[in-house]
Design a protein around this ligand. Structure first.
Ligand code: GLN
Ligand code: ZN
Length: 768
């Protein structure tokens, strides 16, 4: 019989129970014991949902992040925390949260110089939208085993009569994910780290554990020989401990690491089998006959039903060959999908038929398993039902809109280009706008106050009439324009009061999108996102932003910047259909945005910003695939942006501007102005412009909007001076580094006022 198992279950809860319990605890409104009880209940429920599996995972539950859990498991606490007295005195769980979220400790008990005890750095987990806390390493980092949290989970699962497979992050991936804080080479810590892993595996074997899942997703990335060597060293070292290791890879193909993955001395290998039949065949050929092969056959990152009949046809001969050496699982941890489709009450039945959340994905696994063991007759009905849903999705008129497809097919080369080159446009635009040197602007949003949120909630639940809601939004727009005029900004924005979220807002107005009620996915800690579901061909029934921007423009003589989200960002922050290429879907969105851009232009809006906040994060894991992605992503942006006259100025904005390695692609976007996030690195990110002559205008963010601190005039003058060393003054803009929606008005006003003062100083200096 095949073995079926799961790599990890979402921990946040069907109704985000963990989020609410955590936030209550942080606010001091519930005890640690109550929080622990909620956690134990959630684990119990989640294992109950997985009880038909041969193994349930343990150790996949986390109060904040599994990488931070690993740091605690291995005794790797950041240096600056270790010596703070109040940190030492606090309870383990509070220590954990203070690293996760930052902490202001008043007294420092030792003589060392403290940076502030800000939260550990956070970054994206491979190419997902989940963020982990980056482990920190130094030459003198020492590891020690602290297995209590993991053992407690294992004990609980055992008491609840589950066969349990602990899940841990592998030593090489753990080092790879971290950062060296002192120039040391983190791979050199492997030896001492392996001592702790050995101790842990030994302990697990003493606990009667048969299999341990060790995640090494680095195996789907391009690895230097040093890292490949580290993998060999690690698994040769761990091979003699009497516990079986399932080496687990996910998020991509093994490619050049395939042979290495097959050869490492472990007892089993899990690989992503989605869209990967060739590689699976190769692995089977390569594989030593004593090893177990686990195939990740159900997509753990998206929400579509699997085609079970197709899967079965493919799997039958594999099963005949491997027999009980075949294991089956989702492709990766189910952390990246919502919990249970059954919670959804409002989705159209037809659309619901196409979807599977975590619980449904495990049911799919069970059906496949039954069919392999007992033959298809045993699950005839489920297979028929699955077939019906798959065909419905292939044929539905909700999805397939011939006009949309043919529009994409007839995209012409001149739709991708502006009429004239930047130099020509810049002149026409300078005449039109006559902006001063160092023009000032903001990134789009102004504070989303409690009043705005309340009004939207009331409007959505029918307690507030549409006219009243519209009136409240108009008042907000007026307020933000008054403030901007008083501050003396040059290019104004309407403030985005009407938008709940920069992607969801457009999703709701586009055809081809659906929305779940409870489709939450953990983004970091207690924060969840509910990605809209892009299921069909995308079209724009009517203008989406024009009335708001027109209204805003009617209140001022200054240019009003129309504000849109770009096609790549809309795509990257949605659950996207898998029945056509991402590029095809992206071009459909691009055409809808292009129409909006042209409508704005026709309505007299002279400056239009198209945000591509998430362009960078869509980069594939392997560099060798970057060009392919960038080619279509940049093309999509250009389709959206370039349908305008020379005198219309196109802006774009990008967060996380660590884009030294993609600067040429950024330049190819050919936006007249790009605003980017650079303030946190003291403009270091601009070093790239020493080498690369960026041709168009840039607004390097001059202050960090993520902090409540009011930036000083001097600090911003300094940053601008640094920027003007690399970029000529005529092409520099002055702006914050991102939207202001998460800030309060009493933070925004003094910050922007200082920004304007800094600009004035620079302008005066230029005249001298
Ligand atoms: N225009 C958006 C805003 O200001 C941009 C947000 C973002 O870059 N994340 O909120
Ligand atoms: Zn931003």
């Amino acid at each position: 019989m095949p073995t079926i198992h799961n790599l990890g279950f979402p921990r946040i809860g069907k109704k985000r129970e963990l989020k609410f319990a955590l936030e209550k605890y942080w606010q001091g409104n519930c005890s640690q014991q109550a929080l622990e009880e909620t956690a134990a209940e959630l684990r119990q429920q989640h294992w109950a949902e997985q009880k038909h599996l041969d193994f349930v995972p343990a150790g996949d539950f986390s109060f904040y992040d599994q990488v931070l859990d690993t740091s605690f498991l291995l005794g790797n606490i950041p240096e600056q925390f270790k010596c703070a007295e109040s940190f030492k005195k606090s309870h383990l769980l509070d220590q954990y949260f203070s690293i996760a979220r930052g902490h202001s400790f008043d007294e420092h008990g030792c003589d060392c110089v403290h940076q502030d005890l800000s939260a550990g750095e956070m970054t994206k987990w491979f190419d997902t939208n989940y963020h982990y806390i980056v482990p920190e390493f130094r030459t003198n980092t020492r590891f020690s085993l602290h297995p209590q949290h993991l053992l407690a989970q294992i004990d609980q699962a055992k008491k609840e009569n589950h066969r349990v497979k602990p899940v841990i992050i592998g030593p090489v991936t753990y080092l790879w994910l971290g950062k060296s804080k002192d120039e040391s080479d983190r791979v050199e810590l492997l030896e001492s780290l392996l001592n702790v892993y050995s101790e842990l595996l030994q302990l697990l074997s003493e606990q009667g554990i048969e299999w341990v899942q060790i995640d090494e997703p680095v195996l789907v990335t391009e690895l230097s020989e040093q890292w490949r060597h580290a993998l060999r060293a690690a698994y040769y070292r761990l091979q003699n401990i009497p516990v079986k290791i399932l080496l687990t890879t996910y998020f991509g193909k093994l490619q050049e690491n395939l042979r290495l993955s097959c050869e490492l001395p472990v007892d089993g290998l899990h690989i992503n089998a989605l869209d990967n039949e060739l590689e699976v065949a190769k692995v089977i050929d390569w594989f030593p006959s004593h090893k177990v092969l686990s195939l990740g056959i159900i997509n753990g990152r998206n929400i579509w039903k699997s085609d079970l009949n197709h899967l079965l046809n493919w799997l039958k001969p594999i099963y005949e060959r491997l027999q009980e050496r075949l294991w089956l699982a989702p492709s990766c941890s189910l952390l990246h999908v919502p919990v249970d489709l059954n919670s959804e009450q409002k989705l159209a039945a037809e659309i619901k038929d196409w979807l599977a959340f975590a619980v449904q994905k495990l049911d799919e696994l069970d059906i496949i398993n039954q069919a392999l063991i007992h033959g298809v007759d045993k699950v005839q009905q489920q297979l028929e039902e699955n077939k019906r849903c798959i065909i419905s999705r292939q044929q539905s008129e909700r999805i397939h809109k011939p006009q949309v497809k043919s529009r994409v097919a007839s995209i012409t080369a001149d739709m991708v280009h502006r009429k004239s080159a930047y130099a020509v446009r810049a002149k026409v635009q300078q005449q039109r706008f006559n902006l001063p040197v160092y023009p000032t602007t903001t990134i789009g949003s102004f504070p989303q106050t409690g009043d705005i949120r309340r009004a939207r909630l009331q409007y959505r639940s029918g307690l507030l009439a549409e006219v009243d809601y519209l009136h409240i939004i108009q008042q907000e727009i007026k307020r933000s324009i008054d403030e901007q005029e008083e501050l003396g900004l040059d290019v104004l924005v309407h403030g985005e009061a009407e938008r709940n979220d920069m992607v969801e807002y457009f999703g709701e107005l586009l055809d081809g999108y659906a929305f779940s009620q409870f489709g939450w996915v953990q983004s970091y800690g207690s924060r969840c996102v509910k990605p809209p579901i892009l299921f069909g061909d995308i079209s724009r029934p009517e203008a989406m932003t024009v009335k708001w921007i027109k209204y805003a423009q009617s209140l001022t003589d200054k240019p009003m910047k129309g504000m849109l989200t770009g096609p790549v960002t809309i795509l990257n922050w949605s659950f996207v259909r898998d029945d056509q290429s991402r590029s095809e879907t992206c071009f459909q969105i691009a055409l809808a945005i292009r129409d909006e851009v042209r409508d704005l232009e026709r309505a007299g809006i002279s400056i239009i910003q198209i945000d591509e906040a998430a362009l960078r994060e869509g980069l594939p894991l392997r560099k060798s695939q970057w060009n392919d992605y960038l080619d279509w992503a940049i093309k999509a942006f250009r389709i959206a942006a370039n349908g305008v006259q020379d005198e219309t100025q196109i802006h774009t904005h990008m967060c996380y501007s660590e884009f030294n390695d993609i600067i040429e692609a950024i330049a190819e976007m050919d936006a007249d102005v790009i605003t980017i996030e650079t303030s946190r690195s003291d403009m270091e990110l601009l070093d790239v412009f020493d080498e690369f002559q960026y041709p168009n205008e840039i607004g390097p963010g001059v202050y960090d909007i993520h902090s409540p601190n009011i930036p000083s005039v001097a600090a911003m003058v300094e940053l601008l001076q640094q920027a003007s060393i690399r970029i000529p003054a005529q092409r520099l803009w002055v702006n914050p580094d991102c939207g202001l929606k998460t800030r309060q008005w009493d933070e925004v006003k003094p910050a922007l006022s200082n920004m304007i003062k800094a600009t004035q100083q620079l302008r005066t200096a230029l005249q001298v």
